[in-house]
Design a protein around this ligand. Structure first.
Ligand SMILES: [Zn+2]
Ligand SMILES: [Zn+2]
Length: 140
């Protein structure tokens, strides 16, 4: 299980300075139940550090993404969401009609990953995908 502060430990081991803003951003991600947007993170950070700029949040998210400590997924319509990479891999089914988002377990896409490797010699990075379509309620 993931203990809060795991990402912080990793970050400092990699030699990154743990500024108060970085710590706030990380705890916002780790404390969110599932997904959090950059704007939501910013709202939490700015409540405590009013002089923080949202670009600091974006830069930090970029860094965390590069280090593979958080994953990002685009749920469409400008909704980009983040969560801790250690919260387990999953994907999302996104309804284009009503915007509903359903979590999809990673193994569901394993056959796809295998097929891409077998037939295209392509190593797909299927860690956090959004698949767009129409949910059961909207297809009735
Ligand atoms: Zn997700
Ligand atoms: Zn729907």
């Amino acid at each position: 299980m993931n203990q809060p502060g795991d990402i912080l430990g990793k970050l400092s081991k990699l030699g990154y300075r743990l500024t108060p803003q970085r710590i706030m951003i990380l705890s916002a991600i780790e404390n969110s139940d599932s997904h959090i947007s950059a704007e939501e993170i910013y709202a939490q950070v700015v409540a405590k550090y009013p002089n923080v700029n949202i670009s600091t949040v974006y830069r930090t998210l970029e860094l965390l993404k590069e280090l593979r400590l958080v994953t990002e997924t685009d749920l469409g319509g400008g909704r980009v969401r983040y969560h801790s990479a250690e919260k387990g891999h999953h994907h999302h089914l996104v309804c284009k009609e009503c915007g509903a988002v359903v979590d999809l377990d990673e193994p569901v896409l394993s056959p796809l990953k295998d097929a891409l490797l077998r037939e295209y010699k392509f190593i797909a990075d299927l860690r956090h995908l959004a698949i767009f379509g129409c949910c059961i309620n909207c297809s009735k």
